[in-house]
Design a protein around this ligand. Structure first.
Ligand code: PLP
Length: 236
């Protein structure tokens, strides 16, 4: 038997995060049903994913393609599991992504989306995409510049085998609540503009373990939560 995280703890952590989302939605006068939970399972063993799946979670986010591919194979018996790639994506890795993922949150240039569209099999449902926007302005962060985001949204929305769902962003870490909120609000305003431009856009992917309440208050429709669901991750 492999050492395993007690199932009751997985249940408890999941219930706790769902409660946080519900409370934040209520506080913001929003319907909690508008906010999806993506469980970020990077660097964690697939057994941990299985436990959270047993507790009812279906959508899982991974940062690294190789690791994601291994987990997809190990967990292929979990039929309705949904895989999201949320980490930076190189153009020479798009084929594996197009073959295995259901969503990609980190599209930051047209070339990547074009390759994903060309490589997505016509037998599969269109690949769901979010355009990642660099809302923190840090050079080190991936994402399209805010003033180029709507042009990219428009171009990606015209590709055949992908379905543009919305925008993703990450605030600069450790800048305090007011500055975090300002960065989330910038993404929300781009999301509203993108929705007005492209029918079918419905996803604003923002908020993590430490800032999901602020993100929900700023209109997030999908929070990406790792630590609060799984505990601390092993170092990369
Ligand atoms: C790791 C990661 C998360 C989850 O972060 P936590 O603080 O553990 O909740 C969310 N989004 C992205 C893009 C990540 O890389």
């Amino acid at each position: 038997m492999t050492a395993s995280f007690p199932a009751s703890q997985a249940n408890e952590r999941l219930a706790n995060v769902q409660l946080r989302i519900r409370a934040a939605a209520q506080q913001a006068g929003r319907d909690p049903g508008e906010i999806a939970l993506l469980a970020v399972s990077k660097l964690l063993h697939s057994d941990r994913i299985r436990e959270l799946y047993s507790a009812g979670q279906r959508a899982f986010g991974e940062n690294y393609l190789q690791e994601a591919e291994a987990k997809v194979a190990e967990l292929s018996d979990l039929r309705d599991i949904e895989w999201h790639l949320i980490g930076p994506l190189q153009s020479n890795k798009t084929r594996g992504v197009a073959e295995t993922m259901h969503w990609v949150h980190s599209v930051d240039r047209l070339k990547i989306a074009e390759r994903l569209s060309a490589q997505r099999s016509a037998n599969l449902a269109p690949l769901n995409l979010c355009v990642q926007v660099n809302i923190s302005g840090e050079d080190s962060k991936s994402g399209v510049a805010p003033n180029e985001a709507l042009a990219l949204v428009d171009a990606v929305s015209r590709l055949p085998q992908v379905r543009l769902r919305g925008l993703m962003g990450m605030p600069e870490p450790g800048i305090g609540e007011a500055a975090t909120r300002a960065q989330f609000l910038m993404l929300q305003s781009l999301f509203i503009a993108a929705k007005a431009k492209v029918p079918g856009i419905d996803t604003l992917s923002m908020g993590m373990s430490d800032d999901l309440e602020i993100a929900v208050a700023c209109g997030s429709t999908m929070v990406r939560v790792g630590t609060a669901l799984f505990g601390a991750r092993p170092a990369n």
